[in-house]
Design a protein around this ligand. Structure first.
Ligand code: AMP
Length: 226
């Protein structure tokens, strides 16, 4: 299999609600190639996780991180599928790695594939902003556009501004209780990745409390897109 098709990889770090997914969607629109662990898991909702007495969706709803081995396998097989289709050049990792074990695994896999990580963007934002963003978040069931009932609602109630659909999705883990767990998991297991990537010279801090347009401008300028 020819796998050395990618120029480089980008890693998105930051707590839930820091805006990683929104920025990833801008890059995907430009043809970037995303490995979004949360999205992969949500599309496999009925799968039982080896070693855990729960389906993926049950485990995700609680806000706990899933086992490293399971997540690493999911990521590797998604990457290899995408590489074999072969027409994209830059990988973005959204929601992975979330532990140091996962980061070391990613380094090893990318080394095997000769794909260097060029940027680890760290989305820096306060817990207060995260709470408002997450507890108000919903998305259009048809086109996926993301809204927030406190910060940027639909212009007409229950009608998507982009596609006119009237069905919306509320994530089962976007509630206060699960968010507290997700944040404590973030501080305990994922925040150490900031030092991990800083030590290898790849960390770029992003002020993620700015508007999504401002954050996009900062990221685009860093990676050389005008
Ligand atoms: P996300 O969509 O990135 O917010 O992820 C939603 C949930 O999926 C998390 O709260 C975890 O339960 C699970 N998950 C996603 N990515 C990972 C990961 N890298 N490691 C462990 N669990 C993950």
């Amino acid at each position: 299999m020819v796998v050395n098709l990618c120029d480089y990889a980008i890693v998105m770090l930051g707590p839930p609600g820091s805006g990683k997914g929104t920025q990833v969607s801008y890059l995907v629109d430009l043809g970037f190639h995303v490995v979004s662990v949360g999205d992969i898991l949500r599309s496999n909702g009925d799968t039982v996780i080896p070693g855990l007495n729960a389906t993926v969706m049950d485990a995700m709803s609680s806000g706990m991180l899933l086992p490293d081995d399971f997540i690493c396998d999911v990521v590797k097989s998604d990457m290899l599928n995408k590489l074999s289709s072969g027409d994209k050049h830059i990988f973005i990792f959204d929601g992975f790695p979330r532990t140091v074990v996962q980061a070391e695994y990613l380094n090893a896999v990318l080394k095997e594939l000769s794909i260097p990580i060029k940027y680890a963007f760290n989305f820096d934002v306060s817990d207060d902003i995260v709470f408002r963003r997450i507890t108000g978040r919903f998305s259009c069931a048809s086109c996926g556009r993301i809204y927030n009932k406190f910060l940027c609602n639909t212009k007409i109630e229950n009608v998507c501004d982009s596609c006119g659909a009237s069905e919306f999705i509320f994530r089962s883990d976007d509630n206060e209780e699960s968010l507290k767990t997700r944040l404590s998991q973030y501080y305990e297991k994922s925040k150490p990745l900031v030092s991990f990537y800083q030590e290898i010279g790849l960390l770029f801090n992003i002020n993620a409390s700015l508007s999504s347009d401002d954050v996009r401008r900062e990221i685009f300028s860093k990676i050389g897109i005008s």
